[in-house]
Design a protein around this ligand. Structure first.
Ligand SMILES: Cc1cc2nc3c(=O)[nH]c(=O)nc-3n(C[C@H](O)[C@H](O)[C@H](O)COP(=O)(O)OP(=O)(O)OC[C@H]3O[C@@H](n4cnc5c(N)ncnc54)[C@H](O)[C@@H]3O)c2cc1C
Length: 369
């Protein structure tokens, strides 16, 4: 049975490190994914300059080679589920018997800003790393940092503001960052949002209520009619599944995510599996955070093997509470779990330990694989 893994997100990295088990079950795994995986847990650390980009990702091509998995270092651009065939951005098409999607998410862009000059999306993460290069070049030998507007007051918007303030501090340049959104940070528990906002204001971040709806040649326009002058806009208005998922023609949930059963199969096509941000589990919708791709991975592995052996499949029940740690770009972090939270150096220490551990484990084959 030909199993095609589309995307090397958190769950598929786990499958690659266990490729020997897939083969032993009679599956022939093929991977279609870019040659490198950028890990979001360390993305803001790269943006602030605390961590080198090379240390914040996995060499997917090397991992696939070591695992003996055929790898097409490109993207799937279309899928014919009736003909069981995938069209790749480069090279010949790829047939499959079983297919699994772990292609993550992209920044929501309700006003079509992403293609305008001077606009960077929070996701794909490569866009953030391009922004960093652009900012560093612009700050060289200049007393002022470029004026950046972050569109979106969710957790990512706040974390990006913190990272960009950290980057400016590393360059000894006062930041010029405005965060446009809901300054109350209602997504954070208790007084955590208030503490975070006050610390960001102390580091030079300005908060503006409203929504960015357009890019102008020298700034951006808000929904209340105001125009803010700026050199760059960062889109952080939430995430949605990549358009490829909607193009499959299968049932979708909110934000274009593929509706899957607890066994991680499409509700309409049991040969199609999906995990991570691009999927939503029936009756157990969770936000787009990495932990759910990581925790789904062992079930995905077992269920693909079970499909090959015509055995019963297992159910994945995502947890109700999870630990989320923000990197605040100044050597501290904000850790949150349910109603609990703590802010300080210990939180960032724990985050680095967990994130570096994930990257190290994901790049290593399991014994015998
Ligand atoms: C700034 C920022 C910081 C974040 N920080 C955290 C954090 O600290 N902790 C956390 O848990 N979550 C964080 N998140 C959320 C996190 O990015 C996602 O929840 C997580 O990456 C989802 O994992 P995934 O495995 O579904 O997909 P991803 O990690 O997005 O991986 C998907 C992979 O699929 C590839 N791909 C995409 N399309 C195709 C295609 N058509 N064909 C082939 N391959 C394709 C991509 O290149 C990518 O490598 C953050 C998000 C942002 C924007």
């Amino acid at each position: 049975m030909r199993l095609v893994l589309v995307g090397a997100g958190h769950a598929h990295l786990h499958l690659l490190t266990h490729a020997a088990r897939l083969r032993a079950a009679g599956l022939d795994p093929v991977l279609v994914a870019p040659a490198r995986f950028d890990y979001s847990g360390l993305a803001t650390a790269v943006l602030s300059g605390a961590v080198a980009r090379e240390a914040a990702g996995v060499d997917v091509a090397a991992l696939a080679r070591a695992a003996g998995v055929a790898h097409h270092p490109t993207q799937v651009v279309a899928a014919d589920l009736t003909g069981r065939r995938l069209t790749l951005a480069e090279g010949p098409s790829q047939d499959f018997d079983l297919v699994s999607f772990n292609i993550g998410s992209v920044s929501r862009d309700p006003n079509g800003l992403a293609d305008r000059p001077g606009v960077w999306a929070a996701k794909p993460l490569a866009s953030l790393f391009d922004l960093k290069t652009w900012l560093e070049t612009a700050m060289l030998g200049r007393a002022e940092a470029p004026r950046v507007v972050i569109a979106g007051g969710g957790q990512s918007g706040f974390e990006l503001a913190a990272a960009l303030a950290g980057l400016a501090a590393r360059h000894g340049t006062p930041p010029q960052i405005r965060l446009v959104g809901d300054p109350e940070a209602t997504w954070a528990p208790g007084r955590a949002g208030d503490r975070l906002r006050r610390s960001l204001i102390g580091r030079g971040v300005v908060f503006e209520r409203g929504r960015v709806i357009a890019r102008t040649p020298t700034g951006c326009r808000l929904d209340d009619g105001r125009t803010l002058p700026c050199d760059a806009v960062v889109l952080a208005m939430g995430l949605e599944a990549p358009p490829l998922i909607a193009e499959l023609g299968l049932p979708l949930g909110a934000h274009g995510r593929l509706r899957v059963s607890p066994s991680l199969q499409s509700l309409a096509d049991p040969q199609v599996f999906a995990a991570g941000d691009c999927a939503v589990i029936e009756g157990a919708e969770r936000p787009m955070v990495g932990v759910f791709g990581v925790r789904a991975a062992p079930i995905l592995l077992e269920n693909l093997i079970a499909m090959a052996r015509a055995a019963p499949l297992k159910a994945y029940q995502p947890q109700a509470h999870w630990l989320s740690i923000m990197d605040l770009g100044d050597g501290t972090g904000l850790a949150m779990r349910g109603r609990l939270w703590t802010k300080g150096r210990a939180a960032l220490w724990l985050k680095r330990r967990l994130d570096r551990g994930f990257v190290a484990r994901s790049g290593r084959l399991k014994r015998g694989a």
